[in-house]
Design a protein around this ligand. Structure first.
Ligand code: HSE
Length: 403
């Protein structure tokens, strides 16, 4: 028998309880022992909920109960969740988490603690919701030298952009829909400002390249600056606006990681990823390009990944499941400033200024554009060079363009 305690009975925690109950026969058979939900820790009571009798309010009950083998942390944040995770691992219990903030900030430390205690620390659900990505990246692609990981890593922003593109919805109306569907973080600022995607690219980069990368080392821009005008200009040249997280290994081994909106060519497979779906592309020297695709947020897709980790931890109760990466440091990353790409520019100004700064570029058009608005795609160059050449043009939007 393996006993589970869930910390936090919100969207993901309640989904985990549901999947454990609904698929219990199948789960027990695969793990080859009964997997039982013993406690749910939350500050609230849920008297009318079918799992209401499992609710407790004191973490010490879980910490001190030798019968609890696996703790599922779905609280989120890096406050109390960090304290409970450290205490659970210190007590020799394995921890399964969907908490990307905690892993991105403290993953290296928590993995080392788990290793010392002979426990597993697993967090497949922290990136890509229900998409299997961390395990394939660390195991199935282990034979490759990886050079780049790039993806649509946030379901809420992808949903918002899709609704803006397809239905012409305003940013606020699309965000309200995403919240109603349970995709957004408790504070959706983390979604729309790109912080959620930033945490996820940190975790992907740590697994792909073997060193901890802190969110503060990853320049991050969200989608609050994307307008319906940008959507229309992108469409006019057969491109889609997508929020991407990218981590690229440089020749000197350092990692260039950032999060920003991009214009993606219609031929790029990531451009067809819509609604709450996420997708991650990985480049390896043996495999070439590989892409992972699926539901990146939502109660049951995320619970699917958490419960799979619970089953993996349950099978490895006596021999911990190994995941690890090296410590972070200032020498691990380089700024994306020197990364050259084509750029999409929307600016206030005159066509002659475009001709002077960017000779030969074609102007983009959209219906209803105000006088003195110009938009165009630049040749490949750094962002600093674009700004230098703008001259009298006043930039409104500046996004990288990828084929
Ligand atoms: N708020 C996140 C998203 C949830 O929209 O992708 C999954 O991490």
């Amino acid at each position: 028998m393996v006993n589970i305690a869930i910390l936090g009975f919100g969207t993901v925690g309640s989904g985990v309880a549901e999947v454990l109950a609904k698929n219990s026969a199948h789960i027990d058979q695969k793990v080859e022992t009964p997997v039982r939900l013993k406690y749910i820790l939350d500050v609230r009571d849920f008297p009318d909920n079918p799992f209401g009798d499992k609710i407790i309010h004191d973490f010490a009950t879980i910490e001190n109960d030798p019968e609890v083998d696996i703790v599922v942390e779905t609280i989120g944040g890096a406050g109390v969740a960090l304290d409970f995770t450290r205490r659970a691992l210190s007590a020799g219990k394995s921890v399964v988490s969907s908490n990307k903030e905690l892993v991105a900030e403290h993953g290296c430390e928590l993995l080392q603690l788990a290793a010392r205690k002979g426990a597993s620390y697993l967090f497949e659900a922290s990136v890509g919701g229900g998409i299997p990505i961390l395990r394939p990246l660390s195991q199935c692609l282990a034979a490759n030298e990886l050079t780049e990981v790039c993806g649509i890593l946030n379901g809420t922003t992808n949903y918002i952009l899709t609704r803006m593109i397809r239905a012409g919805l305003s940013f606020d109306a699309a965000l309200r829909e995403a919240q109603a569907n349970g995709y957004a973080e408790a504070d959706p600022t983390a979604d729309v400002e790109g912080h959620d995607a930033c945490r996820k690219i940190c975790i992907l980069a740590a697994i792909a390249f073997g060193r901890h990368i802190y969110p503060r080392q990853v320049p991050t821009e969200g989608i609050t600056g994307v307008t319906l005008a940008d959507v229309a200009y992108a469409e006019s040249c057969n491109k889609k606006i997508k929020l991407l997280g990218r981590a690229i290994r440089q020749d000197d081994g350092r990692i260039c990681a950032y999060v920003a909106p991009h214009l993606l060519d219609g031929e790029n497979p990531l451009s067809g990823v819509e609604d709450v779906f996420n997708a991650i592309t990985v480049k390896g020297d043996a495999i070439g390009d590989v892409m992972f695709y699926g539901r990146g947020a939502g109660k049951l897709p995320t619970a699917s990944a958490v419960v799979a980790d619970v089953m993996d931890a349950a099978r490895h109760i006596k021999s911990r499941k190994r995941v690890e990466w090296g410590p972070g440091g200032e020498d691990v990353t380089v700024s994306p400033e020197r990364l050259e790409t084509a750029w999409y520019v929307r600016a206030k100004g005159r066509v002659d200024a475009v001709r002077a700064g960017f000779p030969g570029v074609a102007l983009l058009s959209r219906s209803g554009a105000p006088a003195e608005e110009v938009a165009f795609l630049t040749p490949v160059m750094t962002g600093a060079e674009v700004l230098e050449r703008l001259g009298a043009l006043e930039p409104q939007s500046l996004f990288r363009v990828l084929d």
